[in-house]
Design a binder for this molecule. Structure first.
Ligand code: BGC
Length: 776
């Protein structure tokens, strides 16, 4: 039976009912039309399959399984291949557990370091988030398990997440908050997408036709089905009209009856119900048809191999933030103190719907002891922050620290600090931990800090300690991975997927984030993360893309195959990277693009490509990238599309966003202009910035302003642009010199055309005629 035949045999009530889940995790089944139910589960960093009572907050039991590093750590690997492998592991497990769809990945942008759910998201950079998610989705879906990127869109804080509205302008939305979604839809064909709880610019995402139909389906070509976030459906009929297909969870039949009644009363077109049914069924049969029939359930062997893979992800993602005087790696024969409750019981995942019931978790202390390392231990701080206990623990730890060669403090954010459902109150770590770190560093100069946290923290002690290893939330094999990295069995290669500002108030969303009685207005626009800190020339604690290695890398021979391009061209950028140290290691080569004198506000640089490469000592590899129009473009609201303007661009290759090693210049010519609707109040400068404007108004202006125009000609000559002189070309206000005529000319550029009437005595009818010609 085809999907269409099934739908034609179902009654209206059955079809409406199919659009609402059967329970917490499943769709309904209809035996008469051979329509089985299918199961979906959270994700994204493990399988949260609930066989008993369901919930979406991480409260009730789920099956025992493996917890992988969360998205914020995976992103730091800068390795989409690793994300693909993770998707495959999860896909295999879903097959074994008869799960057809995994609710992830989470690809919202980190607008603020204190969004409670940052640990579940990849980055502050849409290109990095999109690229990692494409890898993950391709891996998962290669096993015929549907991915469900979430939460679409503008869900960047937990405060008011189910009731508030994110106000985001069109350019910022497309350039920052939608770009990762666009990338995954266009490149990875996700079979589903989850719409967010919140409103976007005043309309609930679950009722937002502009978002779910006009953009997602009609413009981007999304082929899957849209599921609501759990409980995000408000008005089910408005939802179906907007493009929602499946309402989850299914607790009562109320929404189904409401939808069927709306069809009966002529309020809702039955065709929309049929289309939604068909879209859910297409994904369901795609997943059924591709899954092997005789997979065995998960067992100790599969869990062991998944656990080893979780360790591999953690080892490839941990970030060495600081390493003075080669404090790390720790020596085999050195006497080491591990200090901190997290050394015994690491914090390795976040709270909420992504919470995994781990079969086995390893702490660093137990691993180090099992591997025979020379390690002693003190608890250091009390996780419940009891001041009396802290006093005792601090003294004990300081005494121990004096007796050893080096100290490793395991610190970070306790569970309750970071969770789905609420935002962090600040970016600070618990004060008892900050105090411990300062005191230990003052008695032992070889103090190393290992951090467990899902997103950026303030590190007031960063200058006092010798080394910092950021382990983030590293999954079940957290402790083993930490020990291997600390002792140099594995060379760190992670890079920060988010900036670590000095303090929370440096972050541009600070004034408007997480307020109970105020909807967030994304006033900082496109300037989030490094886009902001770079533009403001602000110091950060650790920049986006930063991460050290136990070896060093040299960059050379940056070359671009064309330096004068049109926006329709692609260019090839290549460079050589050499391992200049004496151990093997991996480097993430990052490619940023920036525009020199843009006419719109743009970041200094934006990540447009990256590649992680492995190099033996002394080895050199050539790395090559291709850049196209979108890599030079910004989103132009007048076009409702991306636009690469004519201008000079920098191509920057580096080891982090603040460690640019090589730069090349490229000049780009736009093949089309942004259409301008001229009025009598359009400024003269704006008119002269377009070809049409120069053609129509250039000669008139020449005739009117002989003196100033001559000064402008003179300026062009003085500035070496003879070729330009004499032509009615676009005026470069930069080359207008310091002469009085030049200054007057600049002032004139700001005047509206209508001022020609009062200031130059031009008849109004002539001005109107000029406007008509400009618009013709
Ligand atoms: C979360 C989703 C999750 C869903 C199901 C919601 O509260 O926002 O990310 O997939 O619950 O548990």
């Amino acid at each position: 039976m085809t999907i269409e035949e099934r739908i034609s045999k179902m009654t209206l009530d059955e079809k409406a009912s199919y659009l609402v889940g059967k329970d917490y995790w499943k769709t309904k089944e209809y035996k008469d039309v051979e329509l089985p139910s299918f199961m979906m589960c959270d994700g994204p960093n493990g399988l949260r399959k609930q066989e008993g009572k369901g919930d979406h907050l991480g409260i009730n039991e789920s099956i025992k399984t493996v917890c992988y590093p969360t998205a914020s750590m995976l992103a730091a690997s800068f390795d989409p291949e690793l994300a693909r492998e993770l998707g495959e592991h999860l896909g295999d497990e879903c097959q074994r557990e008869h799960v057809s769809m995994l609710l992830g990945p989470g690809i919202n942008m980190k607008r603020s370091p204190i969004c409670g759910r940052n640990f579940e998201y990849y980055s502050e950079d849409p290109y990095l988030a999109g690229t990692m998610a494409v890898g993950y989705i391709r891996g998962l879906q290669s096993r015929h398990v549907a991915a469900c990127p979430k939460h679409f869109a503008g869900n960047n804080q937990e405060t008011q997440r189910m009731s508030g509205s994110s106000y985001i302008d069109e350019r910022t939305l497309h350039e920052i908050y939608l770009a990762a979604f666009e990338k995954v839809v266009k490149e990875a064909d996700p079979k589903s997408i989850m719409c967010a709880y919140n409103m976007l610019n005043g309309t609930y995402c679950s009722e937002n036709k502009e978002l779910l139909t006009d953009l997602l389906r009609d413009k981007w070509g999304f082929k899957g089905f849209v599921v609501t976030d759990w409980g995000a459906s408000k008005d089910a009929v408005k939802g179906v009209e907007a493009g929602v297909d499946l309402i989850m969870p299914g607790i009562s039949n109320d929404s189904a009856e409401y939808i069927a009644d709306a069809v009966r009363s002529g309020k809702l077109d039955e065709r929309l119900v049929d289309e939604a049914c068909a879209r859910i069924m297409r994904t369901m049969f795609w997943s059924r048809d591709g899954q092997p029939k005789d997979v065995k359930p998960s067992d100790d062997t599969t869990r062991e191999s998944d656990y080893s893979f979780a360790r591999k992800v953690a080892e490839n993602s941990a970030i060495l933030l600081k390493n003075e005087a080669h404090t790390l790696p720790l020596g085999k024969d050195e006497k080491i103190a591990f200090i901190g409750a997290f050394a015994e019981k690491p914090r390795y995942q976040g709270s909420g719907s992504s919470h995994i019931n781990s079969a086995k978790v390893t702490g660093a202390l137990a691993c180090a002891r099992a591997e025979g390392r020379n390690v002693i231990f003190a608890e250091g701080y009390d996780l419940s922050e009891d001041p009396e206990k802290d006093e005792v623990l601090l003294k004990e730890a300081a005494a121990l620290a004096k007796k050893v060669d080096k100290v490793v403090i395991f610190a970070g954010l306790p569970n309750k600090y970071e969770s789905e459902g609420y935002d962090r109150r600040s970016m600070a770590m618990p004060e008892n931990q900050n105090r411990l770190i300062r005191e230990i560093a003052s008695v032992n100069p070889n103090t190393v800090v290992v951090l467990h946290n899902g997103s950026a923290v303030e590190m007031p002690w960063a200058d006092d300690v010798a080394a910092v290893l950021e382990m983030m939330l590293a999954g079940d094999a957290c402790g083993e991975a930490a020990v291997h990295l600390l002792y140099g069995d594995v060379n760190p290669s992670g890079k920060l997927a988010e900036s670590y500002p000095m303090k929370l108030s440096d972050n541009p969303s600070y004034l408007d984030f997480g307020l109970e009685n105020h909807d967030p207005h994304y006033g900082e626009g496109i300037f989030i993360g490094y886009r902001y800190y770079d533009k403001k020339e602000m110091d950060v604690r650790y920049p986006f893309g930063h991460g050290l290695s136990y070896t060093t890398f040299g960059y050379s021979d940056l070359a671009v195959d064309k330096v004068d391009i049109r926006d329709t061209d692609t260019i090839t950028v290549s460079l050589q990277v050499t391992n200049t140290g004496d151990i093997s290691g991996k480097e993430v080569v990052q490619l940023y693009v920036g525009e020199k004198n843009s006419k719109v506000a743009r970041p200094v640089k934006e990540l447009r490509a990256f590649r992680k490469i492995f190099l033996e000592p002394g080895e050199t590899k050539k790395v090559q990238f291709t850049l196209g129009k979108r890599d030079f473009a910004y989103y132009e609201p007048a076009l409702h599309d991306f636009y690469a303007e004519t201008g000079d661009y920098f191509i920057m290759a580096g080891s982090s966003s603040r460690d640019i090693r090589l730069t090349a210049d490229v000049h780009l010519e736009a093949t089309e202009e942004i259409p301008v609707r001229y009025t009598i109040n359009t400024s003269i400068g704006k008119i002269l910035s377009t070809k049409k404007g120069r053609e129509v108004f250039g000669p008139i202006l020449q005739a009117l302003t002989g003196g100033a125009a001559a000064a402008e000609e003179e300026n062009k000559k003085e500035n070496g642009s003879e070729a330009e002189a004499g032509k009615t070309e676009e005026l470069d206000t930069d080359v207008l010199g310091e002469t009085e005529e030049g200054a007057q000319y600049r002032q004139m550029l700001e005047m509206p055309l209508s001022s020609m009437v009062s200031l130059a005595g031009m008849p109004r009818s002539t001005v109107v005629d000029i406007v008509r010609k400009l618009n013709s």
